[in-house]
Design a protein around this ligand. Structure first.
Ligand SMILES: C[S@@+](CC[C@H](N)C(=O)[O-])C[C@H]1O[C@@H](n2cnc3c(N)ncnc32)[C@H](O)[C@@H]1O
Length: 286
């Protein structure tokens, strides 16, 4: 029997949908049936199991963390690229430019502090774009305490991201000036320069679980992530994010996303760019 011989019944598809929702908050539509088949059949076959039911039963019964993680990793969609939805990085640069001009409000060891979060960072292009854009625009930031937290539920993409090694084809569409921000090695390999990589801390984090950090963040990028969640899940997540944002910080979401009904806490200030409402800004200061 080959992986292609394993059929997916409606009941099995429903069980898989329920499992990934329970574990990751991901809502799979019926249109994702082929995707589920193609991504999971190989795993089921590789484990020597005869059916998807046996696989779901295995996940439910044994709760082996490695297999559960493999299941989640298989069902995430990790599409990303450097400078994706570029206007957000322009907006971030303008915001940080203002912070640099203003008297520093928070400092660690005497240094002005900048905290950014890329929530759902995939293979790292988003947080590295934040770091590359900032460090190349504002050399003064070298004297700042800059930390970019980059998190994702998928352990495989976090591993790739932390390595900071890409292919030259991953830079397709970038200007020559931006390509020069990267270290170019042999065989078309490109690397994030060490000084830039050191600004970013990668962690595996399920947005549905605990968030073991405090913030406040001067900017939160949560782009093209909520699109995989249903509305109540989006509302819960963005409501929580409001508590992690600095009073004058910004939340950036994907171009096809909305805040899932918690618009009361945020005010739209630019294209898919939000700030806390004045009421919530006061709460964040208190
Ligand atoms: C399409 S990528 C977006 C990457 C990047 N933010 C961008 O816009 O280019 C979506 C990412 O969200 C992550 N994700 C999905 N559900 C998640 C969850 N519950 N917690 C954390 N990350 C999640 C996926 O693993 C995936 O890497």
């Amino acid at each position: 029997m080959s992986a292609g011989d394993i059929k997916l019944s409606n009941t099995e598809f429903e069980a898989i949908k329920a499992k990934v929702y329970q574990l990751a908050g991901i809502s799979l539509s019926d249109a994702k049936r082929t995707l589920v088949m193609s991504r999971l059949a190989k795993i089921v076959h590789g484990m020597g199991l005869a059916s998807f039911s046996a696989y779901v039963e295995f996940l439910n019964r044994k709760a082996d963390p490695a297999h559960v993680q493999e299941f989640v990793n298989a069902l995430t969609t990790n599409l990303t690229r450097f400078y994706r939805e570029e206007h957000h990085f322009d907006h971030l640069l303008a915001h940080v430019g203002e912070l640099i001009k203003a008297p520093p409000r928070v400092s660690t060891g005497g240094r002005p502090r900048l905290r950014l979060w890329s929530a759902g960072c995939s293979t790292g292009q988003e947080p590295y774009t934040m770091a590359l854009a900032l460090i190349n625009a504002y050399p003064a930031l070298k004297r700042w305490d800059v930390r970019i937290l980059a998190t994702d539920i998928d352990t495989k993409v976090v591993e790739t991201a932390a390595a900071g090694i890409y292919k030259s084809t991953d830079l397709a569409g970038l200007s020559g000036k931006r390509c020069a921000y990267f270290d170019h090695g042999p065989n078309g390999a490109v690397a994030i320069p060490g000084a830039v990589r050191s600004l970013v801390t990668f962690k595996t984090l399920n947005l549905m679980g605990q968030w073991p950090f405090k913030g406040p963040f001067d900017a939160v990028f949560c782009r093209n992530v909520a699109i995989y969640f249903d509305k109540p899940t989006q509302t819960r997540m963005f409501t929580r994010m409001a508590e992690f944002l600095a009073p004058d910080g910004f939340l950036y979401i994907g171009h096809s996303e909305n805040l899932g009904g918690c618009d009361g806490q945020f005010k739209l200030v630019d294209k898919t760019t939000y700030r806390l409402t004045p009421h919530d800004q006061i709460k964040a200061v208190a």
